[in-house]
Design a protein around this ligand. Sequence first.
Ligand code: GRG
Length: 369
Amino acid sequence: FILQMSCFYLVKSLTSACLNMYSISRLHHTTSAVFCYSKPRSGEKYTDPFQLGRRYLKGLYEDIRKELLISPIELKEMSEYYFDGKGKAFRPVIVVLMARACNSHYNNSRDVQASQRSIALIAEMIHTASLVHDDVIDDASSRRGKHTVNKIWGEKKAVLAGDLILSAASIALARIGNTTVISILTQVIEDLVRGEFLQLGSKENENERFAHYLEKTFKKTASLIANSCKAVSVLGCPDPVVHEIAYQYGKNVGIAFQLIDDVLDFTSCSEQMGKPTSADLKLGLATGPVLFACQQFPEMNALIMRRFSLPGDVDRARQYVLQSDGVQQTTYLAQRYCHEAVREISKLRPSPERDALIQLSETVLTRDK
Ligand code: GRG
């Protein structure tokens, strides 16, 4: 059955890869700008992709705080709370690297346009607003090693702080003044809400569970990364083939990022993560490692159905997962998404930023927080 599942997803990913290839080759007749490389590296030396990305992100949090010049002071304090440089800034880093990779590809320009840098800010603001709301929904006490907004100021004010960050992001987005980019990034907000809604429900049918999980994963995590990548590509280059490459890279890296997040909930410690681990099980969520483990230990099915709600369920499920190869299988699935991301981004002309994006997909797989 495991083999069947693996084959099914392999076929699924190959099918979508073929479709992408088809649409790309179809559009290829209208452009000669897309490169298909057998050797994806430019050969230029670069260090940590985050180091390279952060070079273009100096003053990111100061600039975000300027967007949040809000009164009264309490609302300002709450909405600024997470813009303290303690997050990984994963989304802004991808966004500026993608901006430069697309600009280089299109006209060999090495600059990041002001509007593209704004997308990095907006992506981090949408992400942060969703964290603030998520912590209310989950009644979470800690994030990034500190108390959550809801624990300090209470749920009602936390909801409003999240709304305020989202509205400041919307104002910054409108200021860019590009309607295509506005619709790309507002789609993200819809997806975030739909993803969170999907997570509130569960599928009784075992066969539907994996598809439900992957759809939730795309909407909650990958859509923001995919669409932010697409937005900077639209701002930097008129070629729709490049927009699709940027989107596909972001989508695949985003799914892999969430799959590894789900693995870390089982393998990392709370000090490392800055929040409690086994959090998903405690919330009643069956993520990748559990779904794979259930194929080896069908007795987990009952636990999944009752959302780990009886005393001892969380510990039992955790033991099943750790005895199974659920963690390895989920990591392997994440690897496949990363390979697909690399295959996509390798179609752009070589540049240090393109190569940093290739390397970044590897760091997604090896990260420990
Ligand atoms: C539209 C504001 C808004 C939200 C409504 C609550 C909600 C719908 C969506 C929740 C989306 C959510 C919190 C997804 C989790 C994504 C994720 C992997 C978070 C962790 O990202 P990291 O590891 O965090 O990049 P840091 O702390 O490094 O920024």
